[in-house]
Design a protein around this ligand. Structure first.
Ligand code: S3P
Length: 178
């Protein structure tokens, strides 16, 4: 659609910022396949992310995440990829993804994320570590990951926007119109 768009469009950002929903909307608009790296991990492991964390530990999850991301980056197919919220923190993942794709970071205010997480039925083990209140834990983890997310080329705040408007904004930013 646009020469400036690399073969992969990669959605990154904190949990519950809308990466999968916006990724699907972008894939439809760009007529590309949508890939959710977390879903690929679940398929390969044959169990949910919550179970991978509980039974094998976070390190095993991160190793699998790195393996899947390297494979996705190596495939020549044009696609929109939504990554898990911790993926970009890893330098190897960042290197692999930034080589083949444009990185788009979705952000949202901690209270908005807390509301979305509370309303969702997706288990998020990283938010259940420690004794902190949900919003406080979100703010803490966000702070830890700030520099990793800042490596994305485009950042869009999804706190007050519906999915379709976020997708439109990402496309306008990609085309240099905003
Ligand atoms: C994680 C985010 C999750 C999932 C896993 C770890 C993280 O993905 O990959 O629970 O460390 O932020 P979502 O961002 O899609 O919730």
């Amino acid at each position: 659609m646009n020469a400036a768009i690399k073969p992969k469009l990669v959605l990154t950002g904190f949990m519950a910022t809308g990466k999968s929903a916006v990724g699907r909307a972008l894939a439809a608009r760009l007529n590309r396949r949508f890939i959710d790296s977390d879903q690929e991990i679940v398929a390969r492991a044959g169990k949910s992310i919550a179970r991978i964390f509980a039974e094998d530990g976070e390190a095993a999850f991160r190793a699998l995440e790195q393996e899947i991301i390297a494979e996705l980056a190596a495939s020549p197919e044009a696609a929109v990829i939504a990554t898990g919220g911790g993926a970009l923190v890893d330098d190897a993942n960042y290197a692999a993804l930034s080589r083949v794709g444009t990185l788009v970071c979705l952000v949202a205010r901690p209270e908005v994320i807390a509301r979305r997480v509370a309303a969702s039925n997706v288990a998020r083990p990283k938010l259940m570590q420690g004794e902190m209140a949900l919003e406080e834990r979100i703010a803490q983890l966000m702070e830890e990951r700030k520099t990793a997310y800042a490596r994305a080329e485009i950042t869009v705040d999804t706190s007050d926007l519906p999915v379709g408007r976020v997708a439109d904004r990402v496309l306008r930013r990609l085309q240099g119109k905003e």
